[in-house]
Design a protein around this ligand. Structure first.
Ligand code: MN
Length: 220
């Protein structure tokens, strides 16, 4: 029987992971192990300075008080140690994970961790904007997972899938794009007169042909 591990970085209660897990149940056994709160932009961080707690919320539905990377480790090396998953799936993230941003992404880092553990994996992310639908994207994710699992996937397979906000016009295979300008650090003062900082800025992308950003700009 096909077994799929599902995680994310938006937390186990996020709309995207619920829609994804529900769709994938049609393909086999689904085990959800996800952070107990939002861990977006946690990157590939691993928690080594404190113990981790695993909570079961229902059959096959767990949360961990850690990062997506922690979740994959607990799931693969402990929870599913005798019954390894055929595929690790992460998402559906609330927001795109394109180009350079994958290095910050907890969603994609969960798939990096799956690769390190010798498992095939797919990250799914949804553009925020008019027409965005986790339900539609989850149905598409199921078709992609179905295609990938039609034959046993290569252990080093890692796909990073981004859904445009509107109805996708097709599928494009793309390489990672580059940002053209760095984010900015905003300096402010708190009510007690102390300085604080906020990392901000709108990403701008170099529109190189063949990149993920360029494909998305064409509605793919
Ligand atoms: Mn996220």
């Amino acid at each position: 029987m096909t077994r799929i591990l599902v995680t994310n970085d938006d937390g186990f209660q996020a709309e995207g992971i619920r829609a994804l897990a529900e769709e994938l149940r049609a393909l086999g056994e689904v085990i959800v192990v996800a952070p107990d709160r939002e861990q977006s932009a946690s990157g590939h961080s691993l928690t080594l300075q404190r113990p981790l707690r695993l909570h079961e919320h229902g059959e096959g539905w767990y949360s961990v008080d850690g990062t997506p990377t922690d979740c994959v480790n607990l799931a693969v090396l402990w929870l599913l140690r005798d019954t390894p998953p055929d595929l690790v799936v992460s998402g559906i993230n609330n927001g795109l994970n394109l180009g350079d941003d994958v290095t910050y992404s907890g969603t994609v880092s969960a798939t990096f961790e799956a690769s390190l553990l010798g498992l095939a994996s797919i990250a799914f992310s949804q553009e925020v904007g008019e027409g965005a639908s986790f339900v539609r994207s989850a149905a598409l994710a199921r078709r992609i997972v179905e295609t990938v699992l039609a034959e046993p996937p290569a252990a080093n397979l890692l796909l990073n899938v981004n859904f445009p906000a509107g109805e996708p016009k097709g599928i494009a295979f793309a390489r990672l794009g580059h940002r053209v300008y760095q984010q900015v650090v905003v300096e402010k003062e708190d009510p007690r007169g102390r300085r604080y900082f906020w990392i901000a800025g709108t990403p701008e992308w170099r529109s190189d042909a063949g990149t993920d950003h360029e494909a998305l700009s064409r509605g793919l």
